[in-house]
Design a protein around this ligand. Structure first.
Ligand code: FES
Ligand SMILES: [Fe+2]
Length: 365
């Protein structure tokens, strides 16, 4: 990659990976302003099921309402602001009740009862619903947006709708989930995901199944980045033994049967489309130098009804690949934190990284 000066484009300065001020700015300008992926719709099994998404000082309750749709509310009571949820997931009865003075809210956020408040002049329950955040779904995933007037998610993700359609992601179910705690800035993790220049050294097994040069990109700028890689073994898959763990996903045909696709959905969702399953990484920032990564292996419902179904070879393969990546990301974090670090040149095999940096800097400015 070359810049206008004819020199290679370079990595970001160290402050972007270490500075608490920039970390705070990212919260304001990216994570509180853009659509953020928070989890699978299927994890809210029934009416009243909830989980809490934590983002800096905010706790956002994601709950399945009576109409079946997920809603997002700030975890605070409209009386004196008390946090409503004690755990990070669970199920509300019909109501969300504050543990302080027992004000109770419906699953759609409406204040239903406020004990003894009828003795208070001028008080009207309808004036105090829970504070809602924008909440919408795409491909079976739940996205929230803390902005006052967010852009439409449907419109925003439109370029991916048709592209992702053959994998039928909304119908897929979670076969396995792993959570990782990684001592690295979230951008190092996105950048690591977005290139395979490191595959021969860091992932010899992966590189054998899918060589790093058999790769290209079909989304090259903006909030969605990535593209396909070829799987070398005919009819094979990305697993410990190079075989698929399940039948091809039913919507796939042609070259998609012999390919993996890897995409970033800015800012925090990484989607790997495989011939027989889909892998999703969800990034949550913990500090400038620490990230939580939740990884989910999604399979077609038909795979689960096959008595011989065993996703383990795919789980093991990607768990090992993940750990190789996290280790190298942690070493990157150490290096970019040094006073001696200066930005280095991106290789032509890393074209998605300057594209990511450009999108990131656009959002930050
Ligand atoms: S703070 Fe919630 S009912 Fe008083
Ligand atoms: Fe990697």
């Amino acid at each position: 990659m070359t810049s206008a000066s004819g020199k290679p484009t370079t990595t970001l300065p160290g402050k972007y990976f270490t500075d608490p001020g920039i970390y705070q700015q990212e919260n304001e300008k990216i994570f509180s302003r853009q659509w953020v992926y928070v989890g699978r719709e299927s994890s809210l099994e029934e009416e009243g099921s909830f989980f809490v998404h934590c983002q800096e000082q905010e706790r956002i309750i994601i709950v399945r309402a009576a109409d079946g749709k997920p809603r997002a509310f700030f975890d605070l009571c409209r009386h004196r602001g008390t946090g409503l949820c004690s755990g990070d997931s669970g199920k509300f009865s019909k109501y969300i009740t504050c543990p302080y003075h027992a004000w109770s809210y419906g699953l759609d956020g409406e204040l239903i009862s406020a004990p003894n408040m009828n003795e208070t002049d001028g008080f009207r329950k309808e004036d105090y619903p829970l504070k809602a955040a924008a909440c919408s779904t795409f491909l079976g995933g739940i996205f929230i947006n803390l902005a006052e007037d967010p852009i439409d998610l449907e419109n925003h993700l439109q370029p991916l709708r048709e592209k992702f359609a053959p994998w039928g992601i909304s119908d897929l179910q979670i076969a396995h989930q792993v959570e990782y705690d990684v001592a690295a800035n979230w951008k190092l993790i996105v950048q690591n995901y977005s290139e395979c220049y490191h595959c021969p050294t860091v992932h010899p097994a992966l590189n054998e199944l899918s060589p790093f040069r058999a790769t290209s990109n079909d989304l090259e700028e903006g909030p969605f980045l990535g593209g396909p890689m070829t799987i070398s073994r005919a009819g094979g898959g990305m697993t410990t033994d190079g075989e698929r763990c399940a039948a091809y996903l039913p919507g796939l045909e042609g070259e998609d049967l012999q390919r993996s696709y890897y995409y970033l959905i800015f800012p925090n969702m990484l989607v790997s489309l495989q011939p027989d399953f889909v892998l999703v990484h969800r990034l949550t920032r913990r500090s400038a130098a620490r990230s939580k990564i939740t990884c989910e292996w999604l399979y077609h419902p038909d795979a689960f009804s096959d008595p011989g179904f065993d996703p383990d070879p795919a789980v093991q393969f990607w768990d090992e690949t993940n750990r190789q990546d996290w280790e190298i990301c942690e070493r990157s974090q150490q290096g970019v934190s040094s006073r001696a670090y200066t930005p280095g040149p991106y290789s032509s095999l890393e074209s998605m990284l300057p594209a990511f940096d450009a999108e990131y800097l656009k959002a930050m400015n």
